[in-house]
Design a protein around this ligand. Structure first.
Ligand SMILES: Nc1ncnc2c1ncn2[C@@H]1O[C@H](COP(=O)(O)OP(=O)(O)O)[C@@H](O)[C@H]1O
Ligand SMILES: O=c1ccn([C@@H]2O[C@H](COP(=O)(O)O)[C@@H](O)[C@H]2O)c(=O)[nH]1
Length: 214
């Protein structure tokens, strides 16, 4: 892990789908935004970097293994983080879970002092690990993740209960065992239970606050 003076500090939060990565990232972000501007801190989700599949019909898009590292354009994420650390703005892709592909529009993201990065496979990629200052793994039990994913994906991602359960058995659980769980070894901090772990939130917020003050 590396850090140079004045370079953006990247705090990465990894872990299973629905382990609470997004919730903890947003909670920390909101707490810090009371004292710091959006020019100083921002959040990037790895999900934005799912590959563009606009050339494929929907019947084929639903067959993609979205839990395998090949589903993500990690090269682009590495390129974007490197550019941000060098002080350049980037155009973040926007991904649609219902369309299973990227949207035409992108979102401008300007350089920040601190970037919170969250996603399932971040700790699997050596080039990404090199860009992280601190890495966190959300160690929420898988049965709890499944219950939370089921509720979330039906309510927010246009899924049926049957499709969530079929995908869980076919790819989500096996890929967790193969890629995500082993990547825990690269984490500096392991957070049990999920996105509402108050002590973990307070500790991470305090640490990031130090970077923002400098
Ligand atoms: N500790 C918790 N208690 C209750 N619900 C939680 C907790 N952590 C996360 N959730 C909920 O579980 C769902 C999945 O969390 P999310 O942060 O989206 O996971 P991830 O980003 O890891 O996929 C969300 O609806 C979130 O509000
Ligand atoms: O088109 C898609 C893209 C992704 N997924 C699933 O999303 C999760 C990762 O997102 P979390 O926010 O961490 O849950 C991953 O497990 C994929 O299975 C999808 O279903 N469809």
């Amino acid at each position: 892990m590396s850090s140079h003076q004045n370079e953006a500090v990247v705090i990465a939060i990894a872990g299973a789908s629905a382990s609470g990565k997004s919730l903890i990232a947003q909670t920390i972000y909101r707490k810090l935004r009371k004292d710091f501007s959006s020019q100083e801190i921002g959040v990037i989700s790895e999900d934005r970097y799912y590959r563009d599949q606009t050339h494929l019909p929907m019947e084929e898009r639903v067959l993609t293994n979205y839990d395998h590292p090949n589903a993500m354009e990690h090269e682009l994420l590495v390129k974007h983080l490197t550019a941000l650390k060098a002080g350049h703005a980037v155009e973040l892709p926007n991904y649609s879970y219902t369309e299973h592909t990227r949207m035409a529009e992108t979102t401008e993201f300007k350089p920040k002092k601190v970037i919170i990065l969250e996603g399932i496979l971040l700790l699997n990629v050596p080039e990404l690990r090199e860009l992280m200052h601190t890495s966190v793994f959300m160690d929420t039990p898988l049965d709890i993740c499944l219950i939370r994913r089921l509720k979330r994906d039906v309510a927010e991602r246009g899924r049926s209960m049957e499709s969530v359960l079929a995908q869980y058995q076919a790819t989500v659980r096996p890929m967790f065992m193969q890629f995500i769980e082993p990547s825990k070894q690269y984490a500096d901090i392991i957070v049990p239970r999920g996105g509402k772990n108050v002590i973990a939130i307070d500790l991470l917020t305090a640490r990031i606050r130090q970077f923002l003050k400098n």
